[in-house]
Design a protein around this ligand. Sequence first.
Ligand code: WQD
Length: 343
Amino acid sequence: MKNKIIVTGGCGYIGAHTVIELITHNFEVLILDNLSNATEKTLERIQKITGIKPRFTEIDLKDAVKTNAIFSKHQDAIAVIHFAAHKAVGESVDNPIKYYKNNLYSLLNTLSAQRKNGIQNFIFSSSATVYGTPKTLSITEENETQRPFSAYGNTKKIAKEILEDLISTDKTFSAISLRYFNPIGAHDSGLIGELPSGIPNNLMPYITQTAAGIREKLMVYGMDYPTKDGTPVRDYIHVVDLAKAHVAVTRLLEKKQEKAFEVYNLGTGVGFSVLKIIKSFEAVSGIALNYEITDRRPGDVPQLFASTALVKEKLGWSAEKNLDAMIRSSWEWEQNVRSIKNL
Ligand code: WQD
């Protein structure tokens, strides 16, 4: 008998990679997604990779009635993994209401529906952005969270407070918040990867689109930071490693007796600068990247990388893929994505 997991936003970048790992580890998956930033073709691609097409319902989780109705049909699910959210930092600064409405209504409706229907485990897709400008270089889960620069980041911080309040009153409910550092890369099959809509906000897709001739050049946002080469440092983690961490957390919840709220940082523990990423991309792809140093981007912090001790100790999980593997899979996906558009 397979345990059923409800994955909201499961057609998205990290969601789809996680669904593949869940299926591979013998879980049954129901995807709920409104396809606002994803394509239903992802389901066929997951089937090509795993041999199983996950069940799927197109739904906007901002609709409380429809959300409760779908959860009432899946009371046998043992956990919810909640990816569904808007995630463009820049857009959230320009349009905060859109982000607070979408990300918080979807979260609250999901939590309410799953509790009404007896599903007592919740895994939340959070972000290292909740640490704001960290006071230490290697960030542990004890680092205080600060008011993030963007509405997007603040929806992740508010979610943490909602979960803390919920857990403090409902002793039958468990929540685990996973704080991703910088997810990059794509599945080795070349069939799924990041599909940024419009101009990419994030570094890696912008690099690969520049190398593919879609963008004229990469603007490097600042080389006057207090780092080795002056460009900001981030903890890049392969999306497949991230997906495997979700399986480890799901398995922990399957076994857990006491209910609680836990937080885990998901990174590699190693930071790389923007210039290092560029140089590594050039070495992996053999392409000289066209880039220009420009001004800092508002809200960027100088350095951010994870302490990985807690997740290693509690889950026995650590990232396995190195930077070249992350970059190679991103570049292979970029070269492949337009040819598989109609797959
Ligand atoms: C990385 C570095 C930029 C683009 C954000 C969110 C985080 C998560 C990941 C959602 C920075 C530099 C970037 C470009 C550049 N989002 N850069 N030129 O800002 O660390 O994190 O994305 O889950 O929550 O906060 O990632 O990839 O945008 O930037 O120089 O065209 O690359 O300045 O130093 P970031 P990023």
